[in-house]
Design a protein around this ligand. Structure first.
Ligand SMILES: [Zn+2]
Length: 257
């Protein structure tokens, strides 16, 4: 897995706009505390067996389009800055992309509130909020608490995720998968919001998850086009927050609209 600085056809398929969106997503998830010194986000290179991801040691608060790496599903680095290596848990991303044609972006986060639901017996993370439709069928917990460093571990995690958009990793974190970076950002934020809501509600009394009838009504009132619009609304809100805080450079903003 030696870095090769040559540019390949697969890299050319990732636009500058896509790379800015990925870098912005990482910075904004860091701003929200969902990424810290750990965790990573990637973007599939369309039409190839490769994805773009940030480097193992680069601070999540400073990710830039120029510092991104392109890595194949087998872990070969197609192009990268000279000193950059992919995260050791890159098989998380590789094996989800390999298994799921519908997934265009993947995040592995160590979100504080969601992880709590892997640390107690008999309590499951449930869909509580009206925007929790993405995991209304439940959130599987992957039993391997170690770092996902091999293809075999990645395949097992991908099997746990199945066709869903979120899975928890026991005593570790979560993986989230979506068609695009903007939709991925939305579910990362909402996944943690939902976990926080369940923790707060559980302090008040018996938690009452959304019923099947309520979920059906919500699906009707939140059709896919509304959810896509909502993802863009959330993205714009956070880009504006990041811009005001100096986290998003001004010369990225046009590409983030
Ligand atoms: Zn991890």
């Amino acid at each position: 897995m030696q870095p090769d600085v040559s540019t390949t056809a697969s890299t050319a398929a990732t636009s500058e706009r896509d790379r800015k969106q990925l870098a912005a997503c990482v910075r904004l998830l860091h701003m929200e505390g969902l990424l810290t010194y750990n965790g990573h986000v990637s973007l599939r290179v369309p039409g190839s067996d490769a994805f773009v991801i940030h480097a193992l040691v680069d601070s999540r608060s400073e990710i830039s389009p120029e510092r991104l790496l392109t890595v194949t599903f087998d872990g070969d680095v197609l192009d990268a800055p000279q000193d950059a290596r992919p995260p050791s848990e890159y098989p998380i991303h590789a094996e989800i992309y390999r298994a799921r044609d519908d997934v265009g972006a993947v995040a592995h986060v160590h979100s504080e509130h969601a992880i709590a639901f892997t640390l107690v017996e008999g309590i499951e993370l449930r869909a509580l909020r009206c925007d929790a439709l993405d995991w209304a069928d439940g959130v599987p917990i992957h039993v391997d608490p170690t770092r996902i460093k091999t293809a075999e571990q990645g395949r097992a995690l991908s099997a746990t995720l199945g066709a869903g958009s979120a899975a928890l990793l026991r005593a570790h974190g979560a993986v989230l998968a979506a068609p695009s970076v903007i939709e991925l950002f939305k579910i990362c934020v909402q996944f943690e919001e939902n976990a926080r809501a369940q923790l707060l509600a559980s302090r008040l009394g018996q938690v009452a998850p959304l019923t099947d009838a309520e979920l059906t009504a919500l699906r009707e009132s939140h059709p896919p086009e509304f959810r896509a619009h909502y993802a863009r609304k959330i993205w714009r809100y956070y880009v504006s927050q990041g811009r005001a805080a100096g986290i998003i450079p001004e010369d990225w903003v046009e590409d983030l609209q």
